[in-house]
Design a protein. Structure first.
Length: 353
């Protein structure tokens, strides 16, 4: 039995103003919802409101909380590639903590159009770092001492694993797609701003996230929605590429712990102990749907092999020993529990998904 996760309020302490970039995205939205539900902090949500941005889940929480919640959520519609707008947004937000989740994140899109990933993930992070550094340096001593910049990244910066071994904080960077290369560059920028300017930063590198509200271009929501519609379920190559699946609420636990209790200049790898091949994930979803929607069973008949993705990394797996040992984090959901909750949610929300 793991120790219960501290509430956001307990972790934040005197941090009263939280700037979340990409807060209308999948993981960012989960962070914003947790902060609104479990603290009294003001949450400033900076998002360019791109194709994958969606405020619906946050609006549901604001409705639950009433006027008190609405007063604590502010949306700043800003594109981080615009330096002046970014600087003005950070000045207006006046944050005690910055959680930087804004990023272009879909590998297939990065292959087709890498320029957008360099602009958003590299230039955008640079602009944010410059704005945050100026803000931090101008803070009174008391607020400066508790200020944090938390950069959220991916395990894909480490490249591809063979059949054994796991990524850790000491794994050399070896990105292999335009997406992972852009995220690796952003990680290096954050570390450089810490070592050069003293900016108090914390980094996390996570494995593949899944859960409710994920934009339907990633594997798990694509499979669910295709199967529910009775359409072919695309499976890249032989389907034996391995990912370490992390339920999004477990990731939020890790993010809040790292942001508030992580050591300055330190990175933490976050994985869900959920290694599965893509084929195993697809087949598990089909079995869940056979129970929920028996009229369409067996849904596995819809699985269709498609041409493999260019440069498709074979295996990712994370060793989360550091964050577990130092910060007490453990995932609260097995992949079986997380998948069941996710599939059920998408079936119930299918009409609006």
């Amino acid at each position: 039995m793991t120790n219960p996760m501290p509430t956001a309020s307990a972790l934040l302490g005197d941090c009263r103003r939280i700037l979340v970039t990409g807060g209308a995205g999948f993981i960012g939205g989960a962070v914003v919802r947790r902060l609104l539900r479990e603290s009294e902090a003001l949450v400033i949500n900076l998002d360019k409101m791109g194709y994958a941005s969606d405020l619906t889940s946050i609006e549901e929480v604001l409705t639950e909380l009433g006027s008190s919640g609405e007063k604590r959520h502010q949306l700043l519609r800003v594109d981080l590639t615009h330096a002046k707008a970014t600087a003005e947004a950070v000045q207006a937000a006046d944050p005690d903590l910055v959680m930087h989740l804004a990023a272009e994140s879909h590998v297939d899109r990065s292959i087709d159009g890498p320029g957008a990933f360099i602009a958003s993930n590299v230039t955008g992070t640079f602009n944010l770092l410059q704005a945050v550094r100026a803000h931090w340096q101008a803070l009174p001593a008391e607020r400066q001492a508790r200020f944090r910049f938390h950069h959220i990244s991916t395990d894909e910066v480490f490249g591809s694993l063979g059949p054994t071994g796991r990524f850790s904080e000491t794994t050399p960077y070896a990105p292999r797609s335009p997406y992972s290369a852009s995220k690796a560059a952003s990680d290096h920028l954050v570390n450089a701003w810490h070592h050069t300017y003293g900016l108090p930063v914390v980094l996390t590198n996570c494995s593949n996230n899944y859960g409710p509200w994920q934009f339907p271009e990633k594997l798990i929501p694509v499979v669910i929605l295709k199967a529910v519609a009775g359409e072919p379920i695309p499976l890249y190559g032989d389907g034996l590429n391995v990912r370490d699946w992390l339920y999004v609420e477990d990731h939020v636990d890790a993010l809040l712990l790292a942001a508030c209790r992580g050591e300055h200049g330190r990175s933490y790898c976050v994985g869900g102990h959920g290694e599965r091949t893509n084929r195993q994930v697809v087949e598990a979803i089909c079995k869940l749907l056979d129970t929920l929607l028996p009229a369409g069973a067996p849904h596995s008949r819809l699985i269709s092999s498609v041409r493999d993705r260019l440069g498709h990394d074979r295996r990712y797996a994370i060793d989360p020993t550091r964050i577990s040992a130092e910060l007490g984090w453990q995932p609260r959901h097995s992949i079986e529990e997380g998948l069941a909750a996710t599939v059920t949610w998408y079936v119930e929300h299918y009409a609006s998904a």
